[in-house]
Design a protein around this ligand. Structure first.
Ligand SMILES: Cc1ncc(COP(=O)(O)O)c(C=O)c1O
Length: 401
């Protein structure tokens, strides 16, 4: 393989930590048993490994092991949470509240329910990407059964006021789901203090393997039959998610969670200062640059910038040999087009079209950040020299903002 560019797309996915790879390996061959096999040692070894993984994930989020339901990732967890609560609570009302900037796994599940007769309220956000808690309070009705708001936004990294939202939902007996795929271990977050009832997690966003995640389900919900299962079969995972468990994946997820618990806070500081160094360099050396999303609170690895007077596709192409970054959301790159998150924040198309998400993480180093910063400055300068938009600006015609 020729030399790969510097990786700065940690919000799309993270490399699997070497320690995690090591821990997973024995579970592909020697310890390959089915965790549901009750009659022999091979099954017991696999089951013990799964239960250890469950405890490690539970420890990271401050939950009981029984409250962790393993899934294939946050997309499935979001589906199970939203549709599962809707089905289980249909007798209490048919209204769900979410936010325009949530991940598609939540938004599309809500849209599917809407087609089945549910009322869905999608809250607006301001230019910083933040929702108004007062507006949320005004939207809740006697019919509302679920509120779904994420921890950190995957495109712009901003974190909503989950504590205030949880206080509202708890008071009114509304189930509160939080997609915590991004920012877990880096941002302040507490199931109990924020009154979160369900939370979606994904291993591959935290240096674990792809294809495994979890839904946290508060015990008091489980005893009321919430959520309704969406995948039926052998009754695995307390009947909430059937299917043979991905034992190596869960072993990896568990260790990734333990590492995040032990190292997340220190790592967040290191990544945050690298991110700020990149931001400071770019703002010092590039004109007509905008930060998308509130500066704080924000995922420490996320820097989403719009470059004025530039063609975004061209910029990405020119940078691709140096750095792997994404435009908009790589999570929904199956659907190219303008970013719905930036659109919801009111970013004009001229700007949102030339936006880049720099996603720093465990792999990022100070020399890499310097290389990327220098390269972005040089590339933007070169492209603008040839840009008719830039010439327009020189003639006193600024872009709208
Ligand atoms: C906030 C958020 N939710 C859900 C997902 C989907 O997670 P997964 O890839 O584990 O299905 C992603 C990323 O892809 C995400 O960033």
């Amino acid at each position: 393989m020729s030399k790969m560019p510097i990786y700065m797309d940690h919000q799309a996915t993270t490399p699997v930590d070497e320690r995690v790879v090591e821990a997973m390996l024995p579970y592909f061959s020697g310890r390959f048993g089915n965790a549901a096999s009750r009659t022999h040692a091979h099954g017991r070894v696999a089951r013990d490994a799964v239960e250890r993984g469950r405890s490690q994930v539970a420890d990271l989020i401050g939950a009981k092991p029984e409250e962790v339901i393993f899934t294939s990732g946050a997309t499935e967890s979001d589906n199970l949470a939203v549709r599962g609560v809707a089905e289980a609570r249909i007798g209490d009302g048919k209204h769900i509240v979410t936010v325009r900037t949530e991940h598609k796994a939540v938004l599309d599940t809500c849209a599917a329910l809407e087609r089945e007769g549910w009322r869905i309220s999608r809250l607006d956000v301001d230019s910083n990407g933040l929702l108004s808690v007062d507006a949320l309070a005004d939207t809740l009705t006697e019919e509302t059964v679920l509120v779904s708001v994420m921890l950190a936004n995957n495109e712009v990294g901003v974190a909503q006021d989950l504590r205030a939202i949880g206080a509202l939902t708890r008071k009114r007996g509304i189930t509160f789901h939080c997609d915590a795929a991004q920012g877990l271990g880096y941002l302040p977050w507490s199931l109990d203090e924020m009154h979160i009832d369900l939370a979606s997690l994904s291993a591959h966003k935290m240096y674990g393997p792809k294809g495994v995640g979890a839904l946290y389900v508060r015990e008091s919900l489980q005893t009321r039959g919430i959520p309704a299962p969406q995948i039926h079969g052998g009754g695995h995972e307390r009947g909430l998610r059937s299917g043979t468990l991905n034992v190596p994946g869960i072993v990896g997820f568990g260790l990734a969670a333990e590492i995040m618990k032990n190292e997340g806070a220190t790592e967040a500081e290191r990544i945050g200062s690298l991110r700020d160094a990149l931001k400071n360099q770019l703002f010092a050396e590039i004109e007509e640059l905008r930060l998308n999303g509130a500066a704080d609170p924000r995922h420490p690895g996320n820097l989403n910038l719009s470059f004025g007077y530039l063609d975004g596709a061209r910029l990405l192409l020119e940078l691709a040999e140096v750095v792997s970054v994404s435009s908009g959301s790589a999570c929904s790159s199956a659907q190219p087009g303008p970013s719905y998150v930036l659109e919801a924040m009111g970013v004009p198309k001229d700007w949102s079209g030339a936006s880049i998400r720099f996603g720093l993480g465990r792999m990022s180093t100070a020399p890499d950040v310097q290389t990327v910063g220098d390269s972005v400055v040089a590339t933007v300068g070169r492209l603008r020299e040839r840009s008719p938009h830039w010439a327009r600006r020189a003639n006193g015609k600024p872009l709208d903002w």
